[in-house]
Every structure is written in C-alpha cells, then in structure tokens.
Design a protein around this ligand. Structure first.
Ligand code: FAD
Length: 391
C-alpha cells in the first residue's frame, strides 16, 4: 500500500525545504524525502557556518543559464527582502558582510531550524535517512519508493541539487530523473571552484597562502576581489567567481594592483629613479608574490636603469597576467554545479515541466547558477516559492 500525498518533494536542502513549507502552508499534503540523515546539510556548512542566505544585489544578470531570461520571473516574485522578512520574523540576527552578502550573526543552524519550523506550520511530513528506490509515473500519479515504504502524489518536485560535494550527500539523481522523464540536461560542470595550474607554473604554486586583490577576467566576465594562491593553483573569491565562466583551454587573466593608473611605472621611474622595481611593486603586493612576478618579468634593479618600453611591457603584463589553468579541483571542492536540467523544458513561472504535468524542478538541479555571495540560496528560495505556489 502506498501513502498518498498532494506532492512529494525529493531533497530536503534549501529549495526542497522551502518548497515543501510553501505548499504545505497552502493546505497541500506534502512528503519531503532525503537520503541524508539530516536536512539542509549544505545550509549548515554554508558561509563558513554562518550561511550567506541572500544577496541584496540579486538580479538576473548575476546568474548563468542557457536561457538568460529564465530566472527573472521567480526572482522578481520572491526577493531578498521577502526572505529577510522571514529571517527577521524569527528573530535571527544578521549582518551585511560585503558586496550585499547577508549572513547570520549566529549560526546557519538558525536558518535550518526556521525552515523546519515553516515545514511544521504547513504539516509537512519530513522523512530522512532512507535510500530512494524506484520512481515511476502512471495514471497521473508519481510513485516513489523509499526504504520499505512507498508514496504516491500527482506532483513530484525534483529538489536534489547538483553533484557538488558528494561527501555531503550530493548526487546526480536530478539528472537521472530528468532523462527518465524526457527532459534535456545541459552538461553539468563544477563551478565556484578553485582552478589548478600546470607544473610550468610551479613558482606560483609555491606561493600557497598568499592572497591579493585582483581583477580576474575570462572572456567578457570580470570580478574584482581577492585571489589566493594555493599549492594546486588559484582560489579566493575572484577566482571562484571566474571559474564559473572558465572553459578548459581558456586563459584567465589577473590584473595586479588594479588601482594604479596607466603609465604608473614610468611615472615612478621619473619620480624615484633609484627605487627598485621590487620596492615599488612591494608597496601594493605581498613580498613573496613580488619576487615571483619580478623573476617572471625578467626585470631587476633600479627603475632608472630600465627603458620606458620595458616598463610599459611590464605594466601591461601586470594588468593582464595570463594563467592557463589545466583544470579545476572538481566536484569535491565546487561550491555549486553549473548546467543542469534544461530550463527550456520548464515554465519560468511555476518551474513545472511543460510536457510532464506535475513534475517540478527547483534549486540547483535546474540550469541556473548564481555568483558567489548568497545568490545561489536566493535562487533556491525563489524557485522553490514559485513551485510551492503552483503545486
Ligand atoms: C561549502 C559550500 C558553501 C556554500 N555557501 C553558500 C552560501 O553561503 N550562500 C549561497 O547562496 N550558496 C552557498 N552554497 C551553495 C548552496 O549551498 C546551494 O546552491 C544550495 O544549497 C542549493 O540548494 P538545493 O536545495 O537546490 O540543493 P541542496 O541544498 O544541495 O539540497 C539537495 C538535497 O537533496 C538531497 N539528495 C541529493 N541526492 C539525493 C538522492 N539520490 N536521494 C535523496 N536525496 C538526495 C541531498 O541530501 C540534499 O539534502 C554553498 C555550497 C557549498 C558546497
């Protein structure tokens, strides 16, 4: 015998919890299933344990997707201010850290507790810790087996996220289900992920732990934030951001000393001909990085002894220092997965598959990927809300 519900939500992460709560509070009978032993595991580790739960600068152009317009509808109908209202109603203290990123003052546990409370208010049945079995669709009903039990409902919500960080319980189930139900999947790839550098860049890999502000660029994308050298390559917010736009074989450039005006090295030569290149670079960059940059530039000694041409060439290189990563640290370290279930098959208003009535896709499972800084959770809330109101 199957238990019957109005909707079964697969995945009790950010999107699944909020979708189940929204539908439940509209009087729908909702079953929320997760194979992990607890709900919201990624929320708990997010933002260094303080959960960067939204970003006040949320806008559709801060998301990557095969369809740049897809996220507009859901994002405009459930905004950062809407989520913040709920956070405040629960008395959760928060602060803006930087660049519009809102974090809990206390702990990400407060966000999970809030979402569970919202589910409880909607009478949602939450079931964790059992592997999902067969998932079928017949006679307008979805049937999901879990553990020794089974449930049926006319609506099924795929909220199982992407495969980033498998050790947190992430899987590619969303894509398997999409294919099963005839939906296309845009090639998934690790995003917001550290990039690795080849052996030829060993000098930079030796800088592990050194960080500096840069403008990182790849194609048309650019981000001004910190870059961090690691023993495998490049990380830090600027690099994580640019990694989402990077494709194998492409060059990532970093602009060191981004505030220096054009011609600054020649000006420095005129003003301080006895100063060394090492000294003037060291006024804005960490010493160990300066050593590597000078070695790579092949320049040493006093500025006065260097030709204007050599200084202009050095300045140009510092403004677009090229790195050709040989890969990324992969799903094990990727904060999100880019790509996913093709939005072309989904209604942007309801997140329902146009050709598969009752099948909804929310959160990271869909081909919508936000920038670093609270944008991914905002997409999870907004898409979950859209589906939760439509079920
Ligand atoms: C370390 C880290 C830090 C992050 N920090 C932030 C941040 O501060 N701000 C931000 O906006 N974003 C952050 N993110 C990204 C954010 O966590 C995700 O974009 C967001 O959680 C996606 O929500 P979701 O509900 O779609 O998927 P998830 O939250 O990943 O939830 C998916 C759920 O489905 C379950 N599941 C998966 N496969 C199966 C299966 N086969 N059977 C049953 N259940 C399954 C999982 O156990 C999980 O509970 C971070 C990610 C990581 C990894």
């Amino acid at each position: 015998m199957s238990e019957t519900y109005d909707a079964i939500v697969l995945g009790a992460g950010a999107a699944g919890l909020f979708c189940a709560a929204t539908a439940g509070q509209r009087g729908k009978r909702v079953l929320l299933l997760d194979h992990a032993d607890q709900v919201g595991k990624k929320i708990l580790i997010s933002g260094g344990g303080r959960c960067n739960f939204t970003n006040i600068h949320t806008a559709p152009d801060r998301y990557l997707s095969g369809n740049a317009h897809f996220a507009k509808s859901a994002l405009s109908r459930y905004t950062p201010a809407d989520f913040l209202d709920m956070v405040e109603a629960y008395g959760i203290a928060w602060h803006e850290k930087t660049l519009g990123q809102l974090f809990c003052d206390g702990s990400a546990k407060q966000i999970v507790a809030m979402l569970l409370e919202e589910c409880a208010k909607g009478g949602v049945t939450v079931h964790c810790g059992d592997t999902l079995g067969e998932i079928d669709h017949a006679d307008g009903h979805y049937r999901v087996a879990f553990g020794a039990r089974a449930a049926t409902a006319p609506a099924l919500v795929i909220a199982t996220g992407g495969p980033s960080i498998p050790k947190m319980g992430a899987t590619g189930l969303a894509y398997d289900l999409a294919r099963k139900f005839g939906l296309k999947v845009v090639q998934p790839r690790p995003a917001l992920v550290p990039l690795t550098l080849p052996g030829a860049e060993a000098l930079f890999r030796d800088l592990s732990g050194v960080s500096t502000e840069v403008v990182a660029r790849c194609g048309k994308a650019s981000f001004r934030e910190a870059a961090l050298f690691t023993h495998r390559g490049l990380s830090g917010p600027a690099i994580l951001q640019i990694s989402s736009y990077w494709q194998r074989g492409q060059t990532v450039t970093t602009q060191f000393l981004p505030d220096r005006a054009e011609g600054w090295l020649k000006d420095a030569k005129r003003e301080r001909p006895r100063a060394s290149l090492r000294k003037v670079l060291g006024e804005g960059l960490p010493e160990r990085l300066v050593d590597v940059l000078c070695e790579r530039l092949g320049l040493s000694g006093e500025l006065g002894a260097m030709s204007d041409k050599a200084l202009a060439a050095a300045e140009a290189k510092l403004a677009r220092w090229p790195f050709v990563p040989d890969g990324s640290e992969g799903y094990a370290k990727a904060e999100v997965t880019a790509g996913g279930i093709d939005t072309g098959a989904l209604s942007s208003k309801t997140m329902e598959a146009r050709k598969v009535p009752g099948l909804f896709v929310v959160g990271e499972a869909a081909d919508v990927t936000g920038w670093l800084g609270g944008y991914n959770f905002q997409w999870a809330w907004a898409s979950a809300r859209a589906a939760g109101l439509a079920i």
